[in-house]
Design a protein around this ligand. Structure first.
Ligand SMILES: [Mg+2]
Length: 281
């Protein structure tokens, strides 16, 4: 593991998988130099995919949001979200009843458009849970934290149903020093209280890597050793990439701060192949 410039490493690969938040963009907007790096990779015909633990927006909405920030040339098909994986799972496995959810109406419409009815936790009558057939943690917004998290605990105490976590991130950065609790963090809190295990989607689990790898290999032939995974978070991006058998590079432009990177790597045992300050050329 050595600290180096991003592009020197990236140009040795046939494909680069980027995490989104903390890598391509952050709370301030685009990461400086993101467009130049993307152009550089495109010029060398290096394939790009964006793998994001985000269940709040569709691929098209994600691509639009990159474009609005000023990053052009990312196609919706190049974006893989944990929400897509959760959506697919629900379509395959939940055939009847109503799907209860914690999150925004937008995320519910995107993830839960499988023909089944969905219902926000706030609208659920605790005395009438018969029709509820699954529960989904979708997003950290769109509900009352005081009321609806307790209500969630009560629903899941009363009813034994599959519980899906559509984004397993625990926290996300909101400023240089601070984070906000993400969906995965809320779900873990409830799991611990109920002593239950939910079904988690998103990195570090391999579903998104498998999807991106298979989809990529429909247009070009790329082996795992030809792919570099770029991420700012050890226990999602780097762990997931390492487990899937990809080379990994930790960028210090997001969740992992330069001052604590070495300690974190040592204490977690999650070791990236490379470290660099950001994806800037
Ligand atoms: Mg990130």
């Amino acid at each position: 593991m050595q600290e180096t410039r991003f592009i020197h490493i990236a140009q040795q690969y046939k494909a680069v998988f980027f995490d989104s938040y903390g890598v391509l963009k952050n709370y301030k907007g685009l990461i400086e130099g993101a467009q130049a790096t993307l152009n550089h990779l495109r010029d060398r015909e290096i394939s790009i995919r964006v793998l994001t633990n985000d269940a709040s927006r569709s691929q098209e909405q994600q691509a639009d949001s990159f474009a609005r920030l000023g990053l052009s040339g990312i196609h919706p098909d190049e974006i893989v979200t944990s929400g897509m994986m959760a959506k697919h799972f629900l379509e395959q496995k939940i055939r009847e009843g109503k799907i209860a959810y914690l999150g925004t109406e937008n995320s519910a419409q995107y993830i839960l458009q499988s023909g089944l009815e969905h219902i926000a936790v706030r609208d659920i009558d605790l005395e009438d849970l018969d029709a509820i057939s699954a529960f989904v943690f979708l997003d950290d917004e769109g509900f009352d934290w005081n009321i609806d998290i307790s209500k969630t605990v009560n629903i899941l105490r009363r009813k034994v149903i599959p519980v899906i976590v559509a984004n397993s991130d625990r926290v996300y950065p909101v400023s240089r020093n601070d984070v906000s609790i993400a969906t995965g963090g809320i779900a873990e809190l409830v799991e611990n209280m109920l002593n239950k295990k939910f079904i988690h989607f998103g990195k570090p689990d391999s579903q998104m890597f498998i999807y991106a790898f298979d989809q990529l290999n429909r247009s070009v032939t790329v082996a795992k050793e030809d792919i570099l995974m770029v991420g700012d978070t050890l226990h999602t991006d780097i762990l997931g990439g390492n487990r899937f058998g990809l080379d990994t590079i930790l960028v210090l432009s997001g969740n992992t701060r330069k001052e604590s990177a070495a300690n974190l790597i040592e204490s977690t045992g999650i070791i990236p192949d490379y470290i660099c300050p950001s994806i800037a050329l």
